[in-house]
Write a protein that binds this ligand. Structure first.
Ligand code: GRF
Length: 217
């Protein structure tokens, strides 16, 4: 049985689309049963509807400062669709420990940096300002502390001298679209589980690739 997944978005939803497309494969262990947005006019909602996925809007503004009331409404939408795994994909609300605990080991997030470096916003500009030579993206389990949970998968890109925030963002986004479906496959199939605060699984199936060295030797 495929695991029922909800994707939570706030914006354009390109990671959402990557997950929807991957989940069309017959052997993918999850199906995208619901897309929820806290922003009624998020572009990703249109893309989800066009892909034939059920959508829901839970607008945080209707709940004022009452985060838990917002999250109870979110939880109701997830329960109504029998959701088993939640994927945050550009979802721009901080979640309370109450909500996060409900989904412990069953909620994933994608972050556009190699965590634990560059938590928070504007990761590409900060990576360039710091002069890092290697940057990337991370899929991790969500814990109450922001951008901090156990790491499921990472992908790296070399940073060139000519890179701009835009060029770097585009290369990292391509990595995001590759690793998010792959990480969801691992979790939905049970190949990776959260145990004692760490990701536990069978480890590498293949030889690791050669090291990424920048500048090129
Ligand atoms: C991505 O860069 C993701 O890593 C971050 O927010 C952005 C969302 O982009 N959390 P999209 O909506 O998936 O296109």
């Amino acid at each position: 049985m495929k695991r029922r997944v909800a994707i939570l978005i706030s914006g354009r939803g390109s990671n959402m689309t990557a997950l929807i497309e991957a989940a069309r494969a017959a052997d993918f262990p999850a199906s995208i049963a619901l897309v929820v947005s806290n922003v009624a006019n998020a572009a990703g909602l249109t893309a989800a509807r066009e892909a034939g996925i059920a959508t829901a809007v839970v607008d945080h503004k209707g709940f004022g400062k009452d985060r838990e009331a917002f999250e109870r409404a979110l939880q109701e939408a997830l329960d109504a669709h029998g959701i088993e795994i939640v994927c945050l994909a550009g979802f721009m609300r901080l979640l309370t420990p109450w909500f996060v605990r409900q989904w412990e080991g069953r909620m994933l997030n994608i972050h556009p940096a190699l965590l634990p470096a560059f938590k928070g916003l504007d990761t590409h500009a900060r990576a360039l300002a710091a002069g890092v030579r290697i940057h990337g993206a991370t899929v991790h389990f969500v814990i109450p502390e922001m951008d901090s949970g156990p790491i499921i998968m990472q992908g790296a890109v070399a940073v060139g001298d000519d890179d701009t925030e835009q060029s770097l963002a585009a290369r990292v986004l391509a990595v995001e679209h590759a690793i998010y479906p792959a990480a969801l496959r691992l979790v939905a199939s049970g190949a990776v589980v959260l145990r004692d605060g760490r990701c536990s699984g069978p480890g590498h199936k293949a030889e690791p690739p050669p090291p990424l060295i920048m500048p090129v030797l």
